[in-house]
Design a protein around this ligand. Structure first.
Ligand SMILES: Cc1cc2nc3c(=O)[nH]c(=O)nc-3n(C[C@H](O)[C@H](O)[C@H](O)COP(=O)(O)OP(=O)(O)OC[C@H]3O[C@@H](n4cnc5c(N)ncnc54)[C@H](O)[C@@H]3O)c2cc1C
Length: 465
């Protein structure tokens, strides 16, 4: 069924991932008439591709240590409301681990694995049970403010164009990682070419629409979440996003083609992933020993993840690699693959002068000799890796109530943002994706319904799709 041109809603939500579905179901439960528009042919976004670890910083102090440039006011609110949202997920009846996982990202973060795909289905059912709609295959051409303080949302589907009127809009389109143009504009290190480890629909529509309505930006738009993946890599399909991620890289050392390092690797794969984007050519070799390969290299990062040999999978996917009984043998092989072998020998002997191929040495910490102690016993392995982008960390400026803020920091009435569209909660340092999406979705859904059901109630005029 096509969208009904001229239909009127209390709340329009853009994006059918966890943030959008949560916002829509919460707004509908509060009594608002809600339509959720999803651009792709199915709901779920990156949320449906994820590992389902509902996690963040356990307290504000550890958040600040891990994300020193993050939005502390917003973080304080999200951390305070984490347990309430977790209880809501448990109450839905989906599987949630009884015991928390500690040290979700290296030694940081606390969370619970849950059945995210079933939960997304429950949110959709709840939305529909309250008379709301979730329409797929809908492109939003623009959003304009109307004279009565509401919004006109101009959409297009295969069935034609339709204009919707609404009192509140929630932008939850999942970031701008899938747009080569926006990456080139806002992410000078990454540019147009980087492996996408995300749903393909998150092309920055939320960011564009918000700025067209006067919104400001928050956080460093050049920063992003993702993981190192093999280079080159074939068959990098969503079912392999996690299998090909080298989560254990913090237990090895990373060397650029000049044989030098550019980061203290122990800070975590999601940090190294961003640091490698600052290295010319965006490739490096990850060196590790047999103990690391047979422990961290095969272990499951989260519960129910399965044990796989990530080195073997990467080699099968086409990655350049080397294996040798001694470090000297590994260096010779890497020399044949184009790495400066003499310098690599000096690096392994303790030269921590950063790589000249790195435009910027790691913001987290420069290389130290400490990490070299991880290379203990052979056989030794080297795997060529490259960064991959899952979602962008900079985005729409919001206040802790998820209201979009204009460039002067004032609230834009009726406009909210949630999930990976927001900027500032994660900022180079990373403190979770699913939990912030759920939490900001909850806050935005409640706020949007309140606004719509207050002075500016929009009458809902029948089913639309
Ligand atoms: C492989 C993988 C594993 C992950 N594992 C975890 C994990 O275990 N824990 C964790 O915390 N995080 C994890 N993440 C990150 C997490 O999935 C994201 O942070 C989270 O899903 C963001 O939710 P969202 O609702 O903001 O965006 P999404 O779930 O990506 O949803 C955004 C939706 O908006 C749609 N859209 C885009 N433009 C428009 C438009 N104009 N109109 C309508 N719809 C639009 C997109 O098509 C998409 O469906 C993982 C991600 C991946 C890819």
């Amino acid at each position: 069924m096509a969208l009904v041109d001229g239909s009127s809603w209390d709340v329009v939500v853009l994006g059918g991932g966890l943030a959008g579905l949560r916002a829509a179901s919460v707004a509908a439960a509060a009594g608002a008439s809600v339509v959720l528009l999803e651009k792709q042919d199915r709901l779920g976004g990156s949320s449906a591709l994820s590992a389902g670890m509902f996690w963040t910083a356990p307290d504000l102090a550890s958040y600040h240590q891990r994300v020193p440039d993050g939005d502390r006011e917003l973080a304080a609110r999200l951390i305070a409301e984490y347990e309430t949202d977790l209880a809501d997920i448990r109450a839905s009846g989906v599987n949630v681990d009884d015991e928390p996982t500690l040290g979700v990202m290296g030694d940081f973060g606390r969370g619970y694995s849950f059945d995210v795909r079933s939960y997304l289905g429950i949110l959709e059912d709840r939305l529909r049970a309250r008379g709301g709609e979730a329409c797929t295959g809908v492109r939003t051409l623009g959003i304009e403010r109307t004279d009565d303080g509401r919004f006109l949302v101009r959409t297009e589907t295969a069935g034609g164009r339709a204009q919707l009127r609404t009192s509140a809009v929630v932008l939850a389109t999942g970031g701008f990682q899938a747009s080569p143009e926006l990456r080139a504009a806002h992410m000078p290190a990454v540019g147009a070419d980087i492996v996408l480890r995300s749903n393909p629909g998150s092309e920055g529509d939320g960011l564009r629409l918000a700025t067209s309505l006067g919104a400001g930006l928050a956080g460093d738009l050049g920063t992003f979440y993702g993981h190192l993946v093999p280079h080159p890599v074939t068959g990098f399909t969503p079912d392999r996003f996690m299998l090909f991620s080298q989560y254990y890289s913090s237990h090895g050392i990373l060397v650029a083609a000049d044989g030098r390092r550019f980061a203290e690797e122990s800070r975590g794969d999601e940090i190294l992933n961003q640091d490698l984007a600052e290295v010319d050519g965006m490739t490096a070799f990850l060196l590790f020993d047999d103990e690391v390969r047979s422990t961290y290299g095969v272990s499951e990062p989260f519960a129910n993840f399965g044990r796989v040999d990530r080195f073997e999978l990467a080699v099968a996917a086409g990655a350049r690699h080397a294996t040798a009984g001694t470090l000297g043998g590994l260096v010779r092989q890497l020399g044949a693959l184009g790495v400066d072998a003499d310098q690599l020998t000096r690096t392994l002997a303790g030269d921590v002068e950063p790589s000249r191929l790195a435009r910027r040495v790691s913001r987290a910490a420069p290389p130290t000799t400490h990490q070299l102690e991880r290379l203990r016993r052979g056989p030794f392995y080297a795997l060529e890796v490259q960064p991959a982008i899952t979602f962008t960390l900079g985005g729409i400026a919001i206040d802790p109530g998820t209201s979009a803020l204009d460039r002067a920091g004032a609230r834009i009435d009726g406009l909210y943002a949630a999930g990976a569209d927001i900027g500032g909660f994660n900022n180079y340092g990373y403190a979770g994706g699913l939990a912030p999406a759920h939490l900001t979705g909850s806050i935005a859904g409640r706020a949007a319904a309140r606004r719509a059901l207050g002075a500016l109630t929009g009458a809902h005029e029948g089913a639309t799709c």
